[in-house]
Design a protein around this ligand. Structure first.
Ligand code: UT7
Length: 334
């Protein structure tokens, strides 16, 4: 059944009806990366990376692969899981900090690759919080009646903006994409969401370069003050989780699964501890994916759904945090 163009007043919720993801096939273990970095005179080890971050491996895309390629594959899997066709989609939001090109948006490129025309499609730039931002915007558009069947995609090729002469950052990130189909529904769905940003902290995580006069101006590689990001992340992830729970009239113990941005196992465990959630209720994919920025939450969600961990009817807390500084959370019944 093709969704109609307007949401009827009795369908004022937005529900995830399908999830999908795509990882590039090349898996790079810590040991392999450490060997490559040793060739550049940089010392690191599997032990340091595992102990400090929980990361064991990441995926790196081949040079010809773009964020739209991973995003379109993730979107197709999500549509298949939702039992929808590309022509059913009436909104496309792509969260990415590594777009195919300066413009047009990666969202319109994905729209074209999916063979869809006419519906709104745009990129959303909130770095590692991008997927939570995108989900929240799509939810608002569905509840306002301007969309019925949205694709929300996080897709990143962070390996392109890593400085492989900086061991403090290049061991942390990876490539991948995740997607959900979000549809108008009479049943919840998304229960509450909250988004925040504080541009005063923009320098602690940024890729400051840009394109001007036919050249790259400024440094186009990722810079991070890891400790500053760590401290802020632990603080705001607890705060925003409590804010969203309060808005939804729920308690921390109502959360079946916490799906935080996958940056560092210590941040995720710290957030769970503060919310008094047992570690078994945290979805963890950072060990195999590394930090895939805007793709990390939908990738983790899809992996947990396909592994049979997350079941229909369970309550999920999705939380993002990253450059900007940005952060946000979405509480939903799956
Ligand atoms: O996606 C957006 C969100 N991003 C995040 O949430 C990232 C937040 N930050 C972090 O996850 C952590 O701060 C890091 C994983 C980046 C770093 O962990 P840390 O425990 O804060 O380490 P540190 O920066 O305090 O560095 C400890 C030591 C230093 O050596 P000295 O000064 O103690 O001699 C570093 O130079 O570890 C050294 N170091 C490394 N050693 C081996 C830093 N990177 C490496 C490395 N291998 N790759």
């Amino acid at each position: 059944m093709k969704p109609s163009s307007a949401v009827s007043p009795s369908h004022r919720y937005a529900r995830i009806t399908g999830t999908g993801s795509m990882l590039p096939p090349r898996r790079v273990s810590n040991a392999e990366l450490a060997e490559e970095l040793a060739g550049r005179g940089l010392e690191t080890s599997d032990q340091w990376i595992v102990e400090r971050t929980g990361i064991r491996a990441r995926r790196f895309a081949e040079p010809q692969v773009q964020a739209s390629d991973l995003g379109v594959a993730a979107a197709r899997h999500a549509l298949e899981a939702a039992g929808r066709q590309p022509e059913d989609v009436d909104l496309i939001i792509v969260a990415t900090s590594t777009p195919d090109m300066v413009f047009p948006s990666t969202a319109t490129i994905i729209q074209r690759k999916l063979g869809i025309d006419g519906c709104p499609a745009f990129d959303l730039q909130a770095v590692c919080s991008g997927f939570v931002y995108g989900l929240s915007v799509a939810d608002a558009m569905i509840r306002a009646g301007t969309a019925r069947c949205a694709l929300v995609i996080g897709s990143e090729i962070f390996s392109r903006i890593l400085d492989f002469n900086d061991r403090t950052t290049c061991v942390l990130f990876g490539d991948g994409a995740g997607a959900v189909v979000l549809e108008a529904s009479a049943e919840p769905g998304i229960l509450a969401s909250r988004l925040h940003a504080d541009g005063r902290h923009m320098e602690i995580l940024c890729t400051p370069g840009t394109v001007a006069g036919g050249q790259v101006v400024g440094d186009p590689l990722l810079k991070m003050d890891g400790q500053a990001v760590f401290k802020l992340a632990v603080k705001v992830l607890e705060e925003v989780a409590r804010e969203v729970l309060e808005a939804a009239g729920r308690q921390p113990e109502d959360i079946d699964w916490l799906i935080p941005h996958q940056a560092n196992i210590r941040i995720m465990q710290g957030t769970a501890r503060k919310l008094k959630l047992p570690p078994e209720r945290v979805v963890v994919t950072v060990d195999e994916h590394g930090n895939t920025s805007a793709a990390s939450i939908p990738l983790a969600l899809d992996h947990a759904v396909r592994a049979g961990q997350i079941q229909r009817g369970q309550t999920l807390m999705l939380e993002g945090v990253g450059g900007g500084f940005t952060w946000g959370a979405v509480l939903l019944d799956f």
